[in-house]
Write a protein that binds this ligand. Structure first.
Ligand code: DON
Length: 579
């Protein structure tokens, strides 16, 4: 587990040694942010803002905005560019969620383009002969892949809410794949670190390593001809090419040749879904976030509801009192997640009960202000059944009142590690997000049960939490994060850092974070929390563990007509760019 976490959060590592990171980010991320006086200074813009984890994607999206495109055009362009420049998480072989807010229409919509289980998937497909869960199968085999949703989701967003053609949105990505781009230190390091999983497959090895097996070093050119051809085919043939054309055939041949389950029928049957985002209120702000099959929105809102009952601003940013209350709330929310959350097309999720202020008040009563409640004594609560439900995040806003918050993924860094022969893109290993066996943790240590068991055509539960906060009808904050189980808590802390602690967006994303997910019963902290605070937390009974950086929240805040971009220093290639 530790191994996986380290691997997943690599690239986040550098940023957390604050002084060192700042120098590094300025050099590598082309001055994504800088100091101004004594505060970190966010990038500013009046006409638009893009923040992504890779400067090449930020720039291609910025160009679209400059030409008069809207935030949706720019977001889709960024997503395709990331699929080329950041293949560890940017993708066409995975899935994700996009929230779009239009001030003009006073509407926030959620697009669910999460992967689905193939029709032949079975509840026990990852169990070995003894009935134990086989994580190798659910993470690093052709069985690990869900039916990809990214191409369908991005095309759907563009068609419904964008103004440019798919071809225009894909052109920068095709150029990047065809002509190549300069390898960054982060890109080079990550491929070195993931050598074992990628070199297992000839199709992956020949893409990510030199013909003699050598590494690409910083400054060298990285070209992806197969991927360029695939992207070109999609830009010409549209969604149908990916799901029914040559690309689908290559994917199915790759999977079928190695005992996987995805068929042409599965590909053809895939469609994205438009969902109602989860909506809550926090100290007068409107919070919109992702609904099931993500658990993200439900728990971001649930956590804010619980924490609203305390004078967090008075208790202070990252003080022992504040961290204690956040951790206690987190444990209870993650316990609920284990029991109630799953794909609402298959199971009834008590969303309204979980996000009600009444339920939050009941949970608050069980929280001791001075003592940590042991995880072993916490169980999922009883919300009222009020029902009528390496990853990368980026944020974009435009001058027309649109905001896009998008998180997409192939699950682990480089997904399953398997490139589709001849097509040049990686297969996701999202099937590991299902509960392979009740009570057995997934790659992020998350426990699940019946609601998230494997079923044909079902979407696996996610934590991705693309979020848009509005204030008095106006887009105010666009945020979200990668980070597996820590996505929800990272997003929560960016929101609280802005609303409760008054931090500017750059400080809000850079500040050291904490995380608790109920089980394992430990309070994870990043570097930068004071020793005094840690001592007080231990005194209250918390098992405090310092670990690698968590999340990478590329966020935007809009205030008085000015757009502020905060690129998370946990990704050395991140860039915020305004217009
Ligand atoms: O959907 C989810 O919750 C996970 N598959 C996300 C994976 C992730 O964030 C990995 N990146 N750090």
């Amino acid at each position: 587990m530790r191994e996986i976490c380290r691997r997943l959060s690599h690239g986040s590592f550098v940023g957390i040694v604050m002084v060192g990171a700042m120098t590094l980010v300025v050099t590598l991320a082309h001055a994504a942010w800088s100091f101004e006086g004594e505060r970190m200074s966010p990038v500013q813009g009046r006409e638009g803002m893009v923040v992504t984890s890779h400067f090449l994607a930020t720039r291609s999206a910025q160009e679209i905005l400059k030409k008069g495109g809207n935030a949706i055009d720019a977001a889709v362009t960024a997503a395709f560019s990331l699929a080329v420049s950041q293949p560890r998480s940017g993708n066409i072989g995975g899935g994700g969620f996009m929230l779009i807010s239009s001030e003009q229409r006073d509407e926030v919509v959620a697009i669910d383009y999460r992967e689905k289980a193939p029709a032949k998937a079975t509840v026990d497909m990852f169990l070995d002969k003894e009935g134990g869960a086989d994580s190798r199968l659910s993470r690093y085999s052709h069985l690990a892949a869900g039916v990809p949703g990214t191409v369908a989701g991005l095309a759907f967003a563009l068609e419904k809410y964008g103004t440019i053609s798919l071809k225009e949105a894909m052109t920068p990505a095709i150029q990047l794949a065809d002509k190549g781009f300069e390898v960054t230190p982060l890109f080079s390091d990550e491929l070195k670190e993931n050598e074992a999983i990628l070199k297992k497959w000839q199709s992956s090895s020949k893409i990510f390593y030199k013909p003699d097996g050598g590494f690409y070093e910083p400054g060298e050119l990285f070209i992806q001809k197969d991927l360029a051809a695939t992207l070109r085919r999609i830009s010409e043939g549209g969604v149908k090419e990916f799901y029914e054309g040559k690309t689908a055939e290559l994917l199915v041949a790759e999977v079928a040749g190695h005992g996987g389950l995805i068929t042409m029928e599965d590909m053809k049957n895939y469609s994205p879904a438009r969902r109602e985002p989860v909506h809550g209120k926090y100290r007068g702000y409107d919070i919109y976030s992702m609904s099931p099959p993500s658990s993200g929105g439900v728990h971001v809102v649930q956590l804010l509801n619980i924490l609203e009952g305390y004078p967090i601003a008075e208790y202070g940013h990252n003080s022992a009192r504040t961290i204690h209350l956040m951790a206690e709330a987190m444990k209870r929310a993650y316990a609920d997640r284990s029991l109630y959350l799953g794909d609402e097309d298959f199971v009834k999720v008590p969303v309204q009960g979980l996000i009600s202020k009444f339920y939050a008040a009941i949970i608050r009563e069980s929280i001791d202000k001075d003592r940590a409640t042991p995880g072993s004594t916490i169980a999922p609560g009883r919300p009222q059944p009020i029902e009528g439900n390496e990853t990368t995040h980026f944020s974009v806003v435009d001058a027309f009142g649109n905001a896009v918050s998008n998180t997409y993924t192939i699950n682990f860094s480089y997904g399953s590690g398997i490139v589709v022969e001849g097509a040049g893109f990686l297969l996701n290993n999202e099937m590991d997000d299902f509960s392979a066996k009740p009570g057995v943790p997934n790659g992020y240590g998350l426990i699940g049960g019946e609601a998230n068991k494997i079923e044909p055509d079902k979407r696996m539960l996610s934590s991705m939490s693309p979020t848009i906060v509005k204030y008095q009808g106006k887009n105010f904050l666009v945020t979200g994060s990668p980070g597996g189980s820590a996505i929800i808590t990272t997003t929560l802390q960016v929101i609280m850092n802005v609303i409760d602690h008054g931090l500017n967006i750059q400080s809000a994303v850079a500040a050291p974070r904490i995380h608790h997910q109920w089980l394992p019963d430990e309070l994870r902290i990043e570097e930068g929390i004071s020793l005094d605070t840690i001592k007080i937390l231990r005194g209250k009974g918390h098992e405090v563990k310092q670990q690698e950086a968590m999340g990478a929240s590329q966020s935007i805040m809009i205030k008085d007509g000015m757009m502020y971009g905060g690129a998370d220093p946990r990704r050395s290639t991140a860039l915020a760019a305004g217009l």
